[in-house]
Design a protein around this ligand. Structure first.
Ligand SMILES: [Zn+2]
Length: 576
């Protein structure tokens, strides 16, 4: 159910105010609520000319609360400017805690809007969808899933309102929008590994607490003139062996069909025409094609796949009007929730297998699965039909629509062309997980960040010796330009086997734990997006020197040796 744009703005404010007053007075037999009583989003109140400010989101959620909507309202944490980042839990019956959610046995879906705050429709679509699902008296997905909705993740960026022509040059309205980064000027969708923003730290804590089976991140495109209302992507990292592959092959093709058949929207895998992004593929002889973006876990949905779960990126078409972008995003999220509800059993079992696989690594060397820590775009694309819109010259240098190059106009003429589609990555460097990584005692920041990623870190009391490997650094390649305040680092070197001497107070990170793949991805020195990349080990790096993280093959021997020396447990879990 969707609520249309009201005919008269003032009357709907009055309707909401009246209902709030009624609830506050708690009359003995209040009349049943009707859709006319429900709160409306700012776009709905302004004929889709404006997007919600932070205060609008709070007011909308407060209105739902005042109407006694069966929702749980919380805050995932505070932004760097001190704003609470609201979240809402919706399910029937309602759950209030993560353990209650787990006990339902239902898939938990975490949907996030507004990570790039100029990309506004995710926020407004999500608010409308929460309202419509919650007030619907008919059976719906809330009977089969637990929904966690975070409509205004980058709340500080949202409040940096400025003209779209300044903040979102490629976007067809609304006139005033927020900015991409947070108040620290960090791009939150490049922060999932280093987790420097309070927003990221809060969302990682939410991931650890609620452990959602599915994470959906809502954006707006910047690029090509294609014929799709929305493009989507699974986790692209080849290390996302569970949720990435399942979403790509089992969920997204079904969603594509449903969006077309049930919602009237053409959607496709995220990408841009190669002609719009020179250098997107290595083969310079290919001039026409369609290529996706980047597999690294600095991007939230890629990161989420390496956690062994399903991550789905949603990108509404920036050249559509705000009303259509809200409608397509609303429909996409609605269909995702519906499909996840239908496939709840399969998705829950995928989650269980993702968690149990690394546990088996510790018991049987045969079960060890390589983890891809570097990758490249495939060189063997499939030929597929892709819809393209033709632009034409205006004959002058006028601006016909925001985002359309000066001197050109949209034609509304769409062509389906058969071109190579580069929609996935293949591994270029795999690593076999050791039993554990051992981190030098002084690297407390590394241990703390691992814990923030939901990784168990133990600590040894005494010095010990164990079979393993150490990494000798042959070269240190530091990016000349800063990115997100960092000179990214890439190491080359070699692992060499031998007896490792490990000092007391070393941090021990077993790979035999849920998120074992993530342990490997973050700690391997040659990973394309690990802690090394983001300078966490810079003080310990020297050409010809040893990398400060060691691989250990067998943790059990350490335990037996230690027990002979002392009856006291030699590992102490760190406080979470
Ligand atoms: Zn974005």
């Amino acid at each position: 159910m969707r609520i249309g744009v009201p005919a008269e703005v003032r009357s709907s404010f009055l309707a909401v105010a009246t209902v709030i007053a009624l609830v506050a007075c708690t009359p003995p037999a209040p009349r049943p609520l009707t859709p006319a009583d429900y709160p409306r989003t700012r776009p709905e109140l302004t004929r889709y000319r404006e997007t919600s400010h932070y205060a609008d989101v709070r007011k909308f959620l407060d209105s739902l609360r005042a109407l006694r909507a069966p929702l749980f309202f919380g805050s995932i944490g505070k932004t760097s400017e001190g704003r609470d980042i609201p979240y809402v839990i919706a399910s029937r019956p309602l759950v209030f805690t993560a353990s209650e959610a787990k006990r339902t046995g239902r898939p938990i879906v975490y949907v996030q809007g507004n990570i790039h705050a100029g990309e506004v429709e995710g926020k407004d679509a999500l608010l409308a969808l929460i309202r419509d699902l919650t007030f619907s008296s008919k059976p719906n997905v809330l009977d089969s899933i637990v929904l966690i909705a975070v409509p205004i993740y980058n709340a500080d960026g949202n409040e940096r309102f400025a003209p779209q022509s300044v903040n979102r040059t490629e976007q067809n309205g609304p006139e005033m929008v927020g900015v991409r980064p947070n108040a620290q000027n960090l791009d939150l969708n490049r922060d999932y590994v280093k987790a420097e923003a309070p927003e990221t730290r809060a969302s990682l804590t939410m991931f650890n607490t609620w452990d959602p089976d599915v994470f959906v991140d809502l954006h707006t495109t910047d690029g090509s003139f294609h014929g799709y209302a929305l493009t989507y992507s699974p986790s692209l990292s080849p290390a996302a062996v569970f949720g990435g592959v399942y979403a790509r092959d089992s969920l997204l093709p079904v969603l594509r069909e449903r969006l077309r058949a049930r919602d009237g929207f053409e959607v496709f895998d995220y990408g841009n025409f190669i002609s719009d992004q020179p250098g997107a593929i290595a083969d310079t002889s290919v001039h026409e094609g369609w290529a996706t973006y980047d597999p690294r876990p600095r991007f939230g949905t890629n990161y989420y796949g390496i956690r062994g779960r399903i991550g789905i990126l949603s990108e509404a078409f920036s050249h559509d009007s705000l009303a259509r972008r809200i409608a397509s995003t609303y429909a996409f999220v609605n269909e995702v929730l519906s499909l996840v509800a239908e496939k709840g059993g399969a998705i829950r079992s995928l989650t269980a297998r993702a968690d149990s696989q690394p546990l088996a690594w510790g018991r049987s060397p045969d079960s060890v699965q390589m983890v891809a820590i570097r990758s490249e775009l495939i060189t063997t694309p499939r030929m597929m039909d892709v819809i393209k819109e033709d632009l034409e010259k205006t004959g002058d240098s006028s601006l016909t629509q925001p985002g359309v190059p000066r001197g050109e106009r949209r034609t509304g003429r769409f062509r389906t062309i058969r071109i190579p589609v580069y929609d996935r990555f293949t591994s270029t460097l795999d690593r076999t997980p050791p039993a554990a990584y051992v981190v030098a005692p002084g690297d407390t920041a590394v241990a703390a960040l691992l814990r923030l990623h939901g990784i168990r870190v133990d600590r040894s009391d005494s010095a010990w010796r164990a079979r393993g490997e150490s990494f000798t650094i042959d070269s240190i390649i530091t990016a000349p330009r800063t990115f997100q305040g960092h000179h990214e680092v890439r190491l080359r070197g070699r692992w060499e086997r031998g007896l490792q001497t490990l000092p007391p107070k070393s941090f021990i990170v077993s790979t035999a734990q849920p998120r074992g793949e993530l342990v490997v991805y973050l700690l391997e020195p040659e990973s394309d997006d690990g802690f090394t990349t983001w300078n966490l080990f810079d003080n310990d790096l020297k050409k010809g020197g040893q990398f400060p993280v060691t691989r250990i093959f067998d943790l059990s021997r350490r335990g037996r040796a230690a027990n002979r020396r002392s009856s006291v447990s030699t590992t102490q879990p760190l406080q979470n």
